[in-house]
Design a protein around this ligand. Structure first.
Ligand code: BGC
Length: 758
């Protein structure tokens, strides 16, 4: 209160000063355009000027691409993009130009003319770097391309947890752990928004399978949701401070996510303290008054909804008093507030800005290099050396380029599609390969070797070629896309291809490009496995640099790779065998025990555990200590040393476990860090453990309850490679459901933090 009054006094003084300066006369008469005021003050000044019609216009978004026979995109939209919401020129409020998504500036498949932009590796790949700085740098880069392309809202920030490796959109998200996913996605959002544009965290919430995503009903215990998917969103909101949240297609516990009061108001507003606006996914609005009263602020992407719920029906609901004027004003205020606080009004975007493609290629290449995970390296077959004189690349279109994930996030690269014409050509395709050829990159790095390519369609021919080579590199790909789920079995008989090649040459290395986990029945028969995910527009070069040791691998898995589907909480994917259009429920027997937590709780041995990743050097960790944290959590300190002969970066993981059990799983990831070290060098790290990660969420009392007792903190290289342990006694403690940390790292400092009421 005190600081608010001080702010008001300062504001009045400023306004008086402004009134005497002719140059500032305009901001005096239009105070909402005065950058010296807070976003809240500016939003309320602007709102006071607006007619009802103007207010309503901010709440209804249009698809910015022609659709079907009848729908024509608004002329003022950026054609081929996801969305457009008109501005209010007389008040200096710009339109909202919306573009997908998390790897770069996308173009909708329906648009003939594609924007050619830099694509980052998939969200899963960036998360596998375990380096928030890398996520931030990527976000800053794609956000700058969005700005230069005339967009001020980026629909990026997918943070749905990987509950099922068959989810077709896992590649867009941040893996299975709430701390890792929320931290990484939050960092990306902060990077995007550093361009004075809005980023949108999505899809809120529990949209963890694509099959019948717009009708299925995800059922989960609320407390379990708070400790898993919703905690990932909460960390993402705290670290990224996104201007908006996108609610998802599915129902949650029987209620559509976009009209679910518990989700949109009780949790998001009251507990997370989120102050931006909630937009729907494209076609996820189902009502007018119910949705608005539940906490929805903006309906997106007309004509995807059955009715224009937030246009005429909303106007009528306001006129008849069914929707209180106060709520209308609140919806508008939230949108305006994000536009002011994130710089959309003060720093207008324009189309046609310059893009430094060469510099951006470096950003995406580094991200790909840091996110690729060396899963297996028998006999140190990697890195390849000049002793490999005959190298054959097999399959995966490795002569042409690298694979990308499909759907609305599809970003098109300069140079077009390297492998055009693959099915499906239309939605949810096309299948796009970026023209970054692993073959050419490897040829450049191995000038003394004969490097050839064979397409792998005939396993026998591939085996013959492998038998003549010193090293066989099989490129095995799984295309994944929005709106359909995937199989965890590699498609097109690639398992048989790998088997045939491995039988012919024991120096077989598999390079995977997949959206998420796949099964590897051939694991014991190959020497090396590199998971490159979808590595983005410089992916070919990144893969070559890793294989040849120009770059030391440092990615670690953000997801558990199962041995078989029988190990999953839902061995058969829900919806399997049902006719299209039939709704079904997705039960969540695992609750908050997602991924490695499920495997730990059930005593299951994974194919590769969460957190796993190899390096060309070695590390030792020592000196672990744990102490109580200032906020009810803990701090852990330890030393990491590079004990090998190459420079390299290690991902250090700290897991926590209550000695007496009582959690959803034996242990949780409590903190992590990444350290880059020269050979022989060491560094001491201190990491904070958030108290919520030591608590159980109690739905009855809406609180985070930490049980008193002994806690173990374990230094680890993966969820199954645990080193030393430190113990700590914690007194019982209860934090309110609305508890939030002070000064969360990664949040923009200064005004924005203050305005968020922290
Ligand atoms: C997707 C969203 C996307 C939107 C706009 C939807 O189908 O689920 O992630 O942002 O389309 O393209």
């Amino acid at each position: 209160m005190f600081s608010k009054n001080r702010r008001t006094i300062a504001t009045v003084a400023l306004l008086l000063a402004a009134a005497s300066a002719p140059a500032l006369a305009q901001t005096a008469s239009q105070p909402w355009l005065n950058p010296a005021l807070t976003a809240d003050e500016r939003a309320s000044f602007a709102l006071a000027q607006m007619t009802n019609e103007e207010k309503l216009s901010l709440l209804f978004g249009y698809f910015a691409t022609d659709f079907g026979a009848d729908y024509k995109a608004p002329k003022a939209g950026r054609y081929g993009s996801a969305g457009y919401i008109p501005g209010i020129p007389r008040l200096g409020i710009p339109p909202q130009w919306e573009t997908d998504a998390g790897i770069g500036v996308a173009t909708q498949g329906g648009a003939a003319q594609k924007r050619e932009r830099t694509a980052l590796p998939s969200g899963m790949a960036t998360t596998a770097s375990w380096n928030p700085d890398t996520a931030f740098a990527g976000g800053r880069m794609i956000g700058s391309e969005a700005r230069s392309s005339g967009f001020n809202v980026m629909l990026a920030g997918g943070v749905n947890l990987t509950r099922d490796p068959r989810n077709g959109r896992n590649f867009e998200y941040g893996g299975e752990d709430p701390l890792l996913a929320g931290t990484m996605v939050g960092a990306q959002i902060a990077g995007i928004q550093s361009n004075n544009i809005i980023s949108t965290i999505k899809h809120y919430a529990l949209n963890d399978l694509e099959t019948e995503r717009s009708i299925h009903d995800a059922r989960i215990n609320r407390g379990a949701a708070r400790m898993s998917d919703l905690l990932a969103f909460q960390f993402g909101v705290e670290r990224g401070n996104p201007g908006s949240v996108m609610c998802s297609y599915n129902k949650l516990n029987g209620d559509w996510a976009c009209e679910n009061k518990w989700l949109l108001t009780d949790v998001l507003r009251n507990d997370f303290g989120f102050r931006g606006y909630v937009m729907t996914d494209w076609g996820a609005t189902h009502s007018t008054v119910k949705a608005a009263m539940a906490g929805l602020d903006q309906a997106s992407g007309w004509p995807f909804d059955k009715e224009p719920y937030f246009r005429e029906p909303l106007a009528k609901a306001v006129a008849s008093g069914q929707l209180p004027e106060a709520r209308l004003n609140e919806m508008v205020t939230r949108i305006l507030r994000s536009m002011f606080s994130l710089g959309l009004v003060d720093h207008p975007v324009n189309e046609g800005g310059a893009i430094d493609l060469a510099a951006h290629a470096e950003v995406t290449r580094k991200d790909a290099e840091e996110g690729a995970v060396l899963l297996q390296n028998r006999g140190n077959i990697l890195p390849l050396t000049s002793r490999a004189k005959r190298i054959v690349l097999i399959g995966g279109h490795a002569d042409k380029g690298v694979l990308s994930g499909g759907g609305s996030s599809q970003t098109y690269a300069v140079g077009g599609n390297a492998v055009p014409g693959l099915d499906p050509k239309g939605w949810p395709g096309p299948v796009v390969y970026y023209p970054s050829s692993p073959l050419k990159a490897i040829q450049r790095l191995a000038p003394g070797a004969t490097v050839t390519y064979i397409d792998g369609r005939d396993p026998a021919a591939a085996a013959r070629a492998a038998a003549r080579a010193d090293v066989a590199l099989v490129f095995a790909n799984q295309w994944a896309t929005e709106s359909i789920d995937v199989s965890v079995v590699l498609p097109d008989n690639q398992d048989a291809l790998i088997d045939a090649v491995a039988a012919a040459n024991r120096n077989t290395i598999v390079v995977l490009q997949t959206g998420g986990p796949v099964l590897m029945p051939w694991k014991q028969r190959v020497a090396g496995i590199l998971e490159a995910w979808y590595p983005g527009t410089a992916g070919g070069q990144a893969i070559a640099n890793l294989l040849f040791g120009r770059v030391n691998p440092s990615g670690h898995l953000p997801v558990t790779f199962p041995i078989s589907e029988a190990q999953l909480p839902r061995p058969v994917r829900p919806g399997t065998g049902l006719p299209a259009g039939q709704t079904f429920t997705i039960e969540h027997p695992e609750g908050a025990a997602v991924g490695y937590k499920w495997f730990d709780a059930r005593g299951l041995q994974p194919l590769f555990p969460f957190g796993h990743g190899l390096s060309y050097t070695s590390f030792a960790m020592s000196g672990l200590t744990a102490a109580p944290g200032a906020d009810g959590g803990a701090t852990v300190s330890f030393t990491v040393r590079n004990t090998g002969k190459r420079r390299g970066a290690e991902v250090v993981q700290v897991y926590a476990a209550p000695a007496n059990g009582g959690w959803e799983a034996p242990k949780r990831l409590a903190a992590f860090g990444k350290v880059d070290l020269a050979p022989g060098a060491s560094k001491r790290l201190t990491l904070n453990v958030d108290p919520r990660l030591l608590a159980m969420f109690n739905e009855g009392t809406n609180s985070w309850d930490i049980a008193g007792g002994t806690y173990r903190f374990m230094l680890a290289r993966s969820a199954r490679d645990i080193g030393s342990t430190a113990t700590l006694q914690l007194a019982p403690k209860s934090l309110p459901g609305s508890w939030r940390p002070v000064g969360v790292p990664g949040q923009p400092a200064g005004g924005t933090l203050g305005e968020r009421g922290r």
